[in-house]
Each structure stands twice: as C-alpha cells, then as structure tokens.
Design a protein around this ligand. Structure first.
Ligand code: NAP
Length: 544
C-alpha cells in the first residue's frame, strides 16, 4: 500500500513522496519475522517485512555452510500455530539439516501466502521515530522508504557475523568467507588446503563435514569445547506417525522446561546418589541423541558446583577416548571453563577428524594469530599456507544486529548509544525513549521457535491493546527498564551461562560490554511475567 504523501517529516527535512505506509514494519523474514507477519495480518494489521537476504529463512537462509543442522529435535522446532502445517510437513531427520530447514520456512511462506508482504534484498539502514506523527520511518539501502506506527526487529540473535580484526585479510590470495555468509553456490573445497578459524557450535559442525572432502585441513582453535554426540538418524514412517499424533504432548513438554526443549531435568542431585548410579545415568544418557545428555541429567549438572565438575570430568574422558594422539587429545579437552558455561555443541564424528593424517590442530591461544598473509594464516610461531580460509568466528550476538540498524528514538537518541554498556530494555522487548519499537530478537531464549511464538503473540496483543484503546505510543518506563537491567545483572551473575567468555555475555567481541544479553530467567518464568504485565494493563509500560 503506497500513499503519495506530500509532507515534511521529523525524520528529515526533505519532502518525502511515495512512502509506503503500514501499521507495522517487521525487519527480518526468518523464523520470528515470518510468524510476526502471519499473526499480525490475522489481527487486521497491515504489515510489511523487509528482509536483507534474497530469500526467507533468516539463520537458515544465511548459514548454509556444510554440516549446518539443528541440534534440538526437528519436531520441537516447527511452528505450532497451524495443525494443518504440523500434519502436512514431514521432518526427515531427528535433527534436520539446513537445506531442509530452509525448505520448511519457504513452505510456510508459501502456504500462508506471506510473500506478498515481504520485500527481499532489502537492507534496512536506519529507522527513525517521527515524534510528531508517532511513526517509524525506515530507510533501505536502495533508497526505498516506508513508515509504520510499530516497528518489530525480528533480526535474530546470531545474525551479525563477527570476523576478528586480523590485519591482512584483503591481501589473502585464496578464497575466504564467514560461515554466516556462506555463498549460495557453495565453496569448492575438494582437494584444497583449507583453514578453519573457530571451534564453536558452527566450527564443530563445519569441520566434521568438510574433513570428508578437503585435501588438507588446519583447525585454528583458541578454546576447546565440550562437544557431545548428536546421534542423528532418519525419521521412519512409524516414528513420523507417532510424532504427528503427539504434537500436543511434545509442545506441552517443551513449554514446561527452562529452555523450551523437550527434556526435563532429573530432580535429584548428582551428588546425592552413589558414584555407580551416577555413572550409570551419565553413560545411559550419553548413548541417547541430542541434548538429553545434560537437559535430562541430574539438575545440578547444569549449575556451577561439584556436580557440574563431576560431569565435566566424565565428558573430558569421553573426548580422550576418541582421539588417538594423546597430545592432540589433551588440546581438545576443555579445562578453562565449566561444562555448560558456553553453548554445548553436538557433533557427528568431530573428534575422529583429528585422527585423520591430513588434519592439523593448531592452538592459537598458545600462539595467537598475528595476521592473514597473501598465502594463509600467520601465528606467533608459524605461517600456514592455505587455499581457503573459513571464519567460524561467531556473531556480535543479540545487540550487534540491532545496532547495525541505526535506530533513532525520541530526541534523536540512538539505540547504539543507549546500549553502549549493554542492552537497556524491559524484558528484552522495549526500551524507554523508543516508542512502538519491539526488539523481539533481544527477548527470545532457548529453543527458538518455542520461545518466539508466545513472544510474538504477546507483542501482537500489546499492539492490539494500543490500537483498541486509541493510544499512539507504548514503551517501557525508565523505572521498569532500570529494574530489569538490575535484575539481569544480579540474577545473571548466578547462572552458568555468565561464567565463561562467550557470546552469551558479549565477551567474544573485543570492547563489547560484558553483560548477559538475554533474560536470566527460564522461559516459563518469562511467559508468566509477560502475562502478569499484560493483565495489569501493561504495567511498566508508558501508554500515551
Ligand atoms: P562462537 O560460539 O562464538 O564460536 C566462535 C569461535 O571462534 C570460537 O571458537 C572462538 O574462540 C573463535 N574465535 C573468535 N575470535 C577468534 C580469534 N581472534 N582467534 C581465534 N579464534 C577466535 O560462534 P559459533 O560457533 O558461530 O556459534 C554461535 C552460536 O550459534 C552457538 O553458540 C549456537 O547458539 C548457535 N549455533 C547453533 C547451531 C545449532 O543449532 N545446531 C549450530 C551452530 C551455531 P573462543 O571460544 O576462544 O572465543
């Protein structure tokens, strides 16, 4: 819907014409953006989604590196809002791969006719709040502009790729890329000398897969991770029937757990049972697929303390058992952080890669990377000649993608300045001085779709409340925001996720404030809190 407006906006003094007008602008057409579009349209809002990529899918559009797949169960990851969709879609594997996940999200976009409201190849470069009109004006890189009362940032928590500021990247004569921008046509790695920098969840998946085809692989590892076997398998016809018949139970289970996964902790402490019983449980769960190994384990395995260290020892020994060379094995055994304090990657043959003659593990904590040279990677100790360098170096998580958008609120204040010492929001959703902006990406925790659906529902209902009560603005109060920031710091300090240097706390990005970037509370606690806020007439929000 494009109106021909002849007006001067607060967003700029120039006359603006032909600016498309909507009730809501959604930035991003990934998992959350697609659902936002569906839901808001159902509620009678006019919506336009702007997506930087050439297709829908967000994470599953960009991260097309070899080996990319879920490590939560496929059937817990799909949308729950349509019974028809649930019954139509066959997940082919218990832990589905990127190509299939991208197909799924395209299927959803087609089935619900979402594409007509999505503009692809549309990178947002700024979003400015027009205080006179109470509308956001969004500017795209290609010059296109649009305005809407509400702005939703469905930009993902892990979408702003991070490449360390190594000198000399541009001098490299071979090919290079970041895993989060893997070329659509793939990379030719067969028989080549390939270097991978980074051994997080992405590096672990990628390394395992490309080790099958490269000529020689050099893995540059700064921190060894606790990785556990994924044990993926195809879903057969009987399992498919069972899954489709039990979606209500699957989703109910997910909604009851802290991270919205389908696994419940054992309510016993690891330390209150005998060593034999403890080991029996560790071994039994180790043989199971997916996250069960820790999320169905003794509850205190995932809390700082004795049980956590006991389980860490068990996992370290599992790693040692799989690597032939004891020196290499010790390099792969994590010793500098607690089990679960960083995101735990699941793998399908990762450790065996290091038994291959054509694979070299380089410790870049001991001898850091000094620069990229025309020939390859130069560490303190040596130069490694490569044809391809792959940066599996992670993301400027949660706030990185928001800040890139150049969001300007009341009085020209930017989100970038406001978040300089860490995100300042209420419940991750709203920030004082940025009316009608919902930072959905900053509020999701745990199993993504399970967390995103109720969050989008809540935000959509808040918008209905504003519309139905003829308000023009909604945003967090400064008091609610201050209290939330204090709560995140205090409650966050006690949990496992804040104990290591990882993206959870922004510690992977040099110079970024070290703050827990998501809520410290479990998903059920967050849902209950949001429900209470809404029931109390959006307590903690300023409605004007
Ligand atoms: P990451 O966990 O942040 O890992 C980045 C890696 O790059 C780390 O090994 C890091 O080392 C290394 N690195 C960064 N700067 C470096 C430098 N200057 N020199 C040497 N090494 C450097 O990023 P990621 O692996 O992309 O994963 C991010 C998140 O995406 C995961 O935690 C997970 O939530 C999600 N993910 C999910 C899946 C899935 O669902 N299956 C798959 C992949 C990713 P340090 O550890 O020493 O910092």
């Amino acid at each position: 819907m494009a109106n021909s407006l002849q007006q001067t906006t607060a967003a700029g003094t120039e006359r603006v014409e032909d600016i498309a007008q909507f009730d809501v602008i959604v930035i991003g057409a990934g998992v959350t953006g697609l659902y936002s579009l569906y839901r808001l349209r159902e509620l009678g809002f006019s919506v336009r989604a702007f997506e930087e990529g050439g297709g829908v899918g967000g994470t599953w559009y960009w991260n097309r590196y070899p080996g990319c797949r879920f490590d939560s169960e496929s059937y817990t990851y799909g949308y729950s809002f349509s019974e028809e969709l649930l019954q139509e879609w066959d997940w082919k594997e218990h832990y589905s791969g990127q190509p299939e996940n991208e197909r799924y999200l395209n299927y959803v976009a087609d089935k619900f006719d979402l594409r007509r409201d999505i503009r692809l190849n549309s990178r947002v470069v700024s979003a400015v709040f027009d205080e006179d009109e109470n509308r956001w004006q969004v500017q795209l890189e290609d010059g296109h502009r649009a305005r809407a009362q509400f702005l939703i940032t469905s930009v993902g928590i892990l979408s702003a790729g991070y490449i360390p500021d190594f000198e000399g990247i541009d001098s490299f004569k071979g090919d290079w890329c970041h895993t989060g921008r893997w070329p659509k046509d793939g990379m030719d790695l067969a028989g080549k000398r390939v270097g991978v920098i980074g051994t997080g969840a992405t590096g672990v998946q990628l390394i395992t897969e490309i080790a099958k085809e490269v000529g020689h692989l050099t893995v540059f590892q700064r921190t060894a991770n606790y990785c556990a076997p994924l044990r993926n398998s195809p879903i057969d016809a009987d399992e498919q029937r069972e899954i489709k018949a039990s979606y209500p139970e699957i989703f109910k289970k997910c909604m009851e757990t802290p991270g919205s996964f389908m696994h419940q902790f054992d309510p016993r402490s690891a330390m209150e049972v005998s060593p034999e019983e403890r080991l029996e449980q560790y071994e039994r769960l180790w043989a199971e697929p997916g996250f069960k190994k820790w999320l169905s384990n003794f509850y205190d395995v995932m809390m700082p303390g004795e049980a956590n260290e006991d389980y860490a020892k068990f996992v370290r020994n599992k790693i040692r058992e799989r690597v032939n060379d004891p020196v290499v094995a010790e390099m792969l055994v994590p010793k500098d952080h607690m089990f679960g304090s960083k995101r735990l990657p699941c793998e399908s043959g990762y450790y065996e890669v290091f038994n291959q003659d054509n694979v070299l593990l380089v410790d870049v904590r001991e001898a850091p990377i000094e620069r990229i040279t025309p020939k390859g990677v130069k560490t303190r100790d040596a130069e490694y000649e490569l044809d391809v360098i792959i940066f599996a170096t992670g993301f400027d998580a949660v706030t990185g993608s928001l800040i890139k958008l150049d969001i300007q609120g009341v009085g020209g204040q930017t989100l970038k300045d406001k978040f300089a010492d860490g995100p300042r929001t209420y419940m991750g959703i709203s920030s004082a001085g940025f009316p009608n902006l919902f930072t959905i990406n900053a509020a999701s925790v745990g199993n993504f779709v399970r967390a995103a659906e109720p969050l989008v529902d809540w935000v959509s209902e808040a918008m209905c409340y504003v519309r139905d009560n003829q308000f023009t603005r909604i945003s967090a109060t400064l008091e609610a925001e201050d209290a939330w920031v204090k709560h995140v710091a205090e409650a966050g300090a006690k949990i496992l996720r804040t104990q290591a240097n990882s993206w959870f706390v922004g510690a992977n990005i040099p110079g970024k404030a070290r703050v827990l970037l998501t809520a410290p509370d479990s998903a059920p606690v967050m849902r209950a809190k949001r429900a209470e806020v809404a029931a109390n007439g959006y307590e903690g929000f300023l409605l004007q």
